[in-house]
Every structure is written in structure tokens, then in C-alpha cells.
Unconditional design. Structure first.
Lengths: 351, 384
């Protein structure tokens, strides 16, 4: 029966039709996908069941299945959400306020800049930029050496620069273009936050703004600005020019065109970028460690706060906070993946 | 049409009004007004701190109650990292180089010289040459560092650790991310389900991941402890052995970032037209041939950019080592960002900024090199 056995083998290893898989390769593909699903889900499952364990269950060795291995209890949930809820609620609200407002700021400023770079021509004179740098260095030196008030020094420096631009600015010939400005903005993403956070800390300390919401909102907005400019620039570039031109012929101003024509058309890109930035701001940790202590404490800080204390790590409470933190993000992930599967974020990467 | 006319008529009636003149002025200045907020934000929160950080890196900086004191010390902070008391921390311990170390560095030096020679022979542009000289110096420096520490049996410092995280992490993430994307691009059912599930880790806060992996890695109380007991490694701890701890952090980082590589590469794979693929299948090409000849060439541009983004982000790694191992055992898992953070916490702001600047320097040279030789270099080669 060699003919028959060959046909079985054939059926196992050969695709029945173009665009379908042979049973053997389907088995391997689904097997590997299942393995990776387990790799992704197991840590999350472990967080979930740890939040339901008592201290004895956590410290006594591994138990895996609720109701079979151990009796689940909601003690940690009750403690954090009902009894001792003030701290949790405050951090949660702080996180929401900071993430939402910084995202709003970042998206509005970033998409305006992206639109401008995609549609208008910029020719800042190289000499003017150089003068700006020199004037600022002079202001720095004056503040550092002579102890002049920084507000005064900076305003004088800006005024001097403005006068210089008005008087000798026109004689410069070399200038930079849109591509250079775009590159400059996007390249800010290379900057590790640790490089800039110490001066930002000192700056906010001087302004008595440490541990305020505004400090984190501004810092997060700037950290995420390059992503917004990058993704939105690509998206705005893809919008046909004719619509805007007809709007301008009808006498609409640049702002109206932007608000009523460009933004509605850029909605998919805007939504994807907003979600991405929102998640990044929501999860940020190291800048929050530097810039907050208690008043503006965000929820990632609350997670690591479960580590401090003489009782060691309160794993169960920590897991509750982590889950509470993950839930909104999971919903966003489900929404966001729709945009990604449409290739919205791919466009910029292909560039 | 009539609508537009009434609009214009009503406009001309109020032609002289202040609001109209103001809005006209706004429209004329639109190009400036659109971009100024972004420029100001970046100048104030990015460029100014960057410059200030450089100033701090060159000085001894003391925080006092409500004020601070700056004293210029020149290159002292950097000197300390390279030659002074912090050398073991930043670069590693040097106690002579082994034969293997000498051999590897000699080979690396020859390769770098040959690469530069070839560039000079083919085309020469002084700016390109300086760029290549910098990349070559960085590459050779890193090889020397690893041959003097790792290959000679000594500890390496935070620079080596960071480079290890970046390259090991990016490699693992690329290989697994690409494999998952290829698996998901097969004609399977439940594609949306897998896409959502595989995407999840990227959305979860690094803090949560750090603590979750700490629980998983516990060999006595963690979920895998029966396996460890069975393997006779019950007393083994991931956080006390330097290499185990480093690999442990790379695993955590990869778990989080594989979804990013996966999701973008999957979108790219789905953008490739299917007809070439199917034509090749009809012609009887094997899966590997189809991948190498059809899929890969179209995937390379996206893959290069994704890896560039990963490279940039990987240098910033700080939360995971901070939470999973607190940089320990000793300094074995301390990344440069974490090193800088610890220096800040002990109020040595000068050193903190100096390390941060060294990190920036390393990041820029490696990322720009990657961008020039891989991302753009490919385009140039194709054009030539």
C-alpha cells in the first residue's frame, strides 16, 4: 500500500489550495501561536491571581488555581478600594489628569507643527539661529557670573535678538529648510530623559513647581512631542492638497482650514497618535519619580510605593494597583490595534 | 454659491472692525504661529536643559535648602568616570588583558582600518570620513572594553551593561517579533485575537512588568519553582548571579517590546501584495525561497526603521533594572540611565549629568551610525 500511504503524507504536508495551509504546517503555526499566547498571558494571569491571594498563600510557595489550590479573597481589593481608598483614588485621578492634559497639549501643539511643516515653507536664516544661540549663551554667562535675575536677563537677551534680526537679519543668505526643522524636532526623541531631567528638576524647584500637575504635564508633552510631529507629519502629507486650496480660494484663513478641513481628514492618524501618547504618558515612571513626591504622585509611583515599608513588598496590594492601572490601557490597546492593522502607524515608519 | 456671497458681503461690511484686522494679522502670521508653540516647548524643556546639563556636568553642583551652589571643575567629572575612582563603575575593572582579548582587539582594529581604507579608496568626503572615524572609534572602543573586561575575566561597568542590553535585546526582539509576524501573516483564523493578545505587553507599565517578572523569577515561591526544584536549582537565584540577572532583564525588556516589532512588521507584511507570493507558490517555490526572494527585500526598509526606533528606546532602559534587581548584584545590571539616577539620588548632580552626557554621546554615535550605514546605506546602495 505505498501509494495510499504517500497520499496520506501528501495530504499532511501539501497545501490543499493556494492561500491555505497544509495540515502539518497549520499544526506547527497554531502550536507556536499558542505558546506565545501563553508567554504573554501567564504573567498577567499571575498578577491577577496574586491580587486574590492572602499573605500566607503568597509566602508559602506557589499556588496556581483559585478555589482548587487556595481560597481567593478580595481582601487586598477591599483594602485599597474601599477602606484605604484615598491614596489610590488621588493617584488615579492625578494620573488621569496628567495623562489626558499632557496628551491634549502634545497633540494640539504637535499636529499644528506637523501641519505647518507639511504645508508651509520655512526659511529661517542660519545666521539668525546662530545669533539666538550666542545671545542665549551671553544670557547664561550673565546669570551665572554676575547673578542677574534670570527673568530680566532672558527678556533682555530676547529683545536684543529681536532687534538684531530686524536690523542685520536680512543680510544673511544661508538658511535651513522644513526638512531640517522636522529632523531637529524628531531627533529630540534620541535624548534619554535622564540627560534633561536634572536641569528640569532644578528649573521647577526654582519656580516652586515641583510636585505639581503642571510640571508633569509640560514635561510629558515635550517628551512625546517628537512622536506626534513624526506621525502627524506623515499623515498630513498624505492628505490631498486640492481640498485646502479650494478652501483658501473661498477665503478661509489658515486656522479655519486647519480646524475644519485638515483635522477631520486626519482623524484616523490623530486617533492612533492620541492613544499612543496617552498610553506613554499613563505608564511613564522615571520622570514622575524625579518630579513628584506626594501631591502629584501618579499611579506608577503608587505601584512602587507598595515596595517600601518594614513589611516587605505587599505583593497582593501591588497586584491590585497594577490591574487597576492596566484595565483602561487594555481597552485602548484593543482600539489602537484596529488603527495599526490599517497601517496608520506603519506609514511613518516606512518613510 | 449664494452662501459664499453673503459671507463675503457681511465680511466687507465689517472690514474696518478691530476683530477683522486682528484675524487678518493672525492669518498673515499663520506660518509663525503654527510652529512657535512646538519650538518654544522644545527650546525650554529640551534644548535649555540639554545645555544646562552640560554646564552641570562640568561643575560640582550642590543643592542647598531652596538654592544651589555651582563650582566649575572642568573635566573632573568625566575624568573620574574614565580614569579615576569611578572607573570600575562606568567602564569596568582592568587588570591586564588575556591573550584572547589581545587577539580579538587586534582583529577588530584590522577590520576597522580596512573598512576606513576601503571608504577612502572608493569615495572620499571629509565629513563622511570624520563620521566614519567617529563610528570606528566607538566600535573599536567598545571591542577594547569588552576584551579587557569580559574576555579577560573581569567585571565590566555600566557602559558595557547598557551596550549588552541594547544589542542582546534588539536582536532577540527582532528575531522573535519577525517570527511572530510571519506566523500571523499565514492564512490563519482568529488573526484579530492574536494581534490583540500579542499587542498587550507593550501597553503595560514597565513597573508592572518589572514586579511581575520578579515574582515569576522567584525560584522558591514563584510559579516555576517546582521546575527549578526538579532541576536541582532550588537555591539558585536569578538576582544574585550577574549574567543570570542581566539575561533576566533582557527577557523582561523583550517581553515588553517584541509586540512593537511584531505589530509594525505584521502591518508591513500585510501591505506586501499577495500576487507575487502566490505566483511563486504556483511555480513551486519553497517557503524559505519565497521569504528570501520576495518577502524579505520588501520588508527590509520597515525592519531597518523599526530597529532604529528600538535602538533609540533601548538606550533609555531604566525602570526594569531599577525594579527587578536595583542594579544588583553589585553593579552587574546597572544601565547608564540607572547609574545616572543613582548619582542624582546621592545628590552628586555633576556626576549624574556627566554620565547622562556620556550616554547621550554613545546613543547618538551608535544610532546615527546605524541610520547612516543600514537605513540610508541600503538606499544608497540600491541607487548606485
Amino acid at each position: 500500500m505505498p501509494v495510499h500511504s504517500r497520499s496520506v503524507v501528501n495530504r499532511l504536508f501539501e497545501a490543499p489550495a493556494i492561500g491555505r495551509m497544509a495540515p502539518a504546517s497549520a499544526l506547527i503555526v497554531y502550536g507556536l501561536l499558542a505558546v506565545w499566547t501563553a508567554v504573554v498571558c501567564f504573567p498577567l494571569y499571575w498578577i491577577l491571581i496574586t491580587s486574590l491571594k492572602s499573605a500566607a498563600d503568597v509566602n508559602g510557595g506557589p499556588v496556581y488555581l483559585p478555589w482548587i489550590d487556595f481560597t481567593p479573597s478580595l481582601h487586598a481589593w477591599r483594602e485599597l478600594l474601599l477602606i484605604d481608598y484615598e491614596d489610590t483614588l488621588r493617584s488615579y485621578l492625578n494620573s488621569i489628569v496628567i495623562a489626558v492634559l499632557s496628551t491634549l497639549l502634545c497633540i494640539s501643539v504637535g499636529s499644528m507643527a506637523a501641519y505647518a511643516l507639511a504645508r508651509m515653507t520655512y526659511r529661517p536664516k542660519f545666521g539668525n539661529i546662530l545669533m539666538f544661540v550666542l545671545v542665549m549663551i551671553a544670557a547664561f554667562v550673565v546669570i551665572g557670573k554676575l547673578g542677574v535675575d534670570w527673568k530680566l536677563a532672558v527678556s533682555v537677551a530676547l529683545a536684543v535678538w529681536f532687534l538684531l534680526v530686524r536690523s542685520i537679519g536680512r543680510h544673511f543668505t544661508k538658511s535651513v529648510g522644513n526638512a531640517d526643522i522636522l529632523f531637529w524636532m524628531i531627533s529630540q526623541r534620541i535624548l534619554p530623559p535622564i540627560v534633561t531631567v536634572v536641569p528640569i528638576y532644578i528649573m521647577f524647584q526654582n519656580l516652586r513647581m515641583l510636585d505639581t500637575h503642571l510640571a508633569l504635564i509640560l514635561t510629558y508633552a515635550v517628551v512625546n512631542l517628537p512622536i506626534v510631529v513624526w506621525l502627524m507629519y506623515d499623515f498630513m502629507n498624505g492628505i490631498p492638497l486640492e481640498l485646502e486650496e479650494s478652501a483658501q480660494l473661498d477665503g478661509a484663513s489658515r486656522f479655519r482650514t486647519f480646524w475644519e478641513i485638515i483635522l477631520p481628514l486626519a482623524k484616523p492618524g490623530l486617533a492612533a497618535t492620541t492613544l499612543l501618547v496617552l498610553i506613554l504618558a499613563w505608564n511613564e515612571y522615571i520622570l514622575a519619580v524625579f518630579l513628584t513626591t506626594s501631591n502629584a504622585q501618579t499611579i506608577p509611583i503608587l505601584v512602587s510605593a507598595m515596595n517600601a515599608g518594614e513589611r516587605g513588598i505587599l505583593w497582593w496590594s501591588m497586584c491590585v494597583v497594577i490591574i487597576v492601572m492596566i484595565i483602561p490601557v487594555v481597552f485602548m490597546a484593543i482600539v489602537l490595534q484596529r488603527f495599526i492593522s490599517k497601517g496608520v502607524l506603519l506609514g511613518a515608519v516606512k518613510g | 454659491m449664494s452662501n459664499a456671497r453673503t459671507y463675503r458681503v457681511s465680511n466687507s461690511e465689517h472690514n474696518q472692525s478691530l476683530t477683522h484686522r486682528l484675524s487678518e494679522w493672525f492669518d498673515r502670521q499663520a506660518s509663525t504661529l503654527f510652529i512657535t508653540p512646538a519650538v518654544i516647548l522644545i527650546l525650554v524643556f529640551s534644548i535649555f536643559p540639554l545645555v544646562a546639563s552640560l554646564v552641570i556636568a562640568f561643575s560640582r553642583f550642590r543643592l542647598r535648602a531652596g538654592s544651589y551652589q555651582v563650582r566649575f571643575v572642568g573635566l573632573k567629572n568625566f575624568e573620574k568616570q574614565f580614569f579615576g575612582s569611578e572607573q570600575f563603575h562606568f567602564l569596568g575593572t582592568f587588570k591586564g588583558m588575556s591573550v584572547l582579548g589581545y587577539a580579538v582587539s587586534a582583529v577588530a582594529a584590522l577590520l576597522v582600518l580596512w573598512w576606513l581604507y576601503r571608504y577612502c579608496r572608493r569615495q572620499f568626503w571629509w565629513l563622511g570620513f570624520i563620521g566614519r572615524l567617529l563610528s570606528a572609534a566607538m566600535g573599536l572602543g567598545l571591542v577594547l572594553l569588552f576584551s579587557a573586561t569580559l574576555l579577560s575575566g573581569h567585571q565590566f561597568g555600566t557602559l558595557g551593561v547598557t551596550v549588552f542590553y541594547v544589542f542582546a535585546g534588539c536582536l532577540i526582539q527582532f528575531v522573535i517579533g519577525l517570527s511572530l509576524a510571519l506566523l500571523c501573516s499565514q492564512p490563519i483564523r482568529g488573526k484579530t485575537f492574536f494581534r490583540v493578545v500579542f499587542f498587550l505587553p507593550l501597553m503595560i507599565t514597565p513597573i508592572g512588568i518589572g514586579y511581575a517578572f520578579r515574582m515569576l523569577a522567584d525560584t522558591t515561591k514563584g510559579p516555576f519553582s517546582p521546575i527549578w526544584q526538579l532541576a536541582g536549582l532550588g537555591d539558585f537565584s536569578w538576582s544574585t548571579d550577574p549574567w543570570a540577572a542581566r539575561i533576566f532583564i533582557v527577557i523582561g525588556d523583550s517581553w515588553q517590546w517584541i509586540p512593537f516589532v511584531f505589530i509594525i512588521l505584521l502591518a508591513a507584511l500585510e501591505n506586501i501584495p499577495r500576487d507575487h507570493h502566490e505566483a511563486a507558490q504556483v511555480d513551486g517555490a519553497s517557503g524559505w525561497q519565497i521569504f528570501r526572494e520576495i518577502t524579505w527585500p520588501q520588508l527590509v526598509p520597515v525592519a531597518a526603521t523599526v530597529m532604529l526606533i528600538r535602538l533609540i528606546e533601548a538606550f533609555k532602559l531604566v525602570d526594569l533594572p531599577n525594579i527587578m534587581t536595583s542594579g544588583g548584584p553589585g553593579i552587574a545590571t546597572e544601565s547608564m540611565s540607572l547609574h545616572s539616577y543613582y548619582a542624582w539620588r546621592s545628590l552628586d548632580l555633576g556626576q549624574s549629568s556627566a554620565i547622562a552626557y556620556l550616554l547621550l554621546f554613545t546613543t547618538v554615535i551608535i544610532c546615527v551610525s546605524f541610520f547612516n550605514y543600514v537605513v540610508v546605506g541600503r538606499i544608497r546602495r540600491n541607487a548606485a
